[in-house]
Ligand binder design. Structure first.
Ligand code: PGA
Length: 246
């Protein structure tokens, strides 16, 4: 099927727990019809890179800074992530926008830095419950995509992923209906293609309370290129089953 299935472990696990879960993934993932990317917190990345070598599992990070080097205490550059064999990086997750006041400008700069380092950015967008109720989802998401992608320069080998993650669906058990998700994905693809050009490789994936019960019907939609999965990725067997939906 060749969808993109991304695990977002968030800050739920310490190093030992991350290595244990990574080991459990490795035991299960002997085959998969889909591309699987695991995004742990920063600290276990180096060890997981070694453990995942020659496996089906790719690695991503949950954030990266907006320049590749310099005096930025406490930050992690996309270049160092790439040197640890990361292929992807999540940017602009709503939790970072909310708790760390990440702006669209920062996310835009981070995306360029990730692309320059050869990483595929997974840029998160999505409306909250109030905007949805007010019927403002489409205009809000259009603005987020426009600001995140503005002026990005992609090299030949670069690709880009946009994750539609409605805030009201994250960790709540409420999932966006397949039909509604398809409409938003079409919008995102349209806006992104207009900015980046028709030749750019863009995937649009969905995140927000994806689990074993709802994954198959969402993934059956050709407009849904994959998932960004939080809670359900903390169980190796559940994540494996979702990632192996054909
Ligand atoms: P969830 O989180 O699957 O636990 O809803 C998704 C995300 O925030 O990426």
């Amino acid at each position: 099927m060749n969808k993109l299935i991304v695990a977002n472990w968030k800050m739920n696990l310490d190093c030992a727990e991350s290595l244990k879960l990574g080991g459990d993934y490795l035991k299960l993932f002997k085959k998969s019809p889909n591309q699987v990317v695991v995004c742990p917190s920063f600290l276990p990345l180096a060890q997981l890179a070694a453990n995942f070598k020659n496996s089906l599992l790719s690695l991503g990070a949950q954030d990266a800074f907006w320049t590749l080097k310099g005096a930025y205490t406490g930050e992690i550059s996309a270049a160092s992530l790439r040197s640890l064999a990361c292929t992807h990086v999540i940017l602009g997750h709503s939790e970072r926008r909310q708790y760390l006041a990440e702006s669209c400008r920062m996310i835009n700069a981070k995306a360029q830095s990730a692309l320059d380092a050869g990483l595929t950015p997974i840029i998160c967008v999505g409306e909250d419950a109030a905007k949805r109720k007010a019927g403002r989802s489409a205009s809000f998401i259009t603005g987020q995509v426009q600001r995140a992608l503005k002026g990005l320069k992609l090299a030949k080998n670069n690709s880009l992923v946009i994750a539609y993650e409605p805030i009201w669906a994250i960790g709540t058990g409420k999932v966006s209906k397949a039909a509604d998700t398809v409409v938003i994905h079409q919008l995102i693809r349209r806006v992104a293609t207009k900015i980046l050009g028709a030749n750019t490789k863009i995937k649009v994936i969905y995140g927000g309370s994806v689990d074993l019960d709802n994954a198959a019907s969402l993934l059956a939609e050709s407009e849904i290129d994959g998932f960004l999965i939080g809670g359900a990725s903390l169980s190796a067997s559940n994540f494996y089953k979702i990632a192996n939906i054909k």
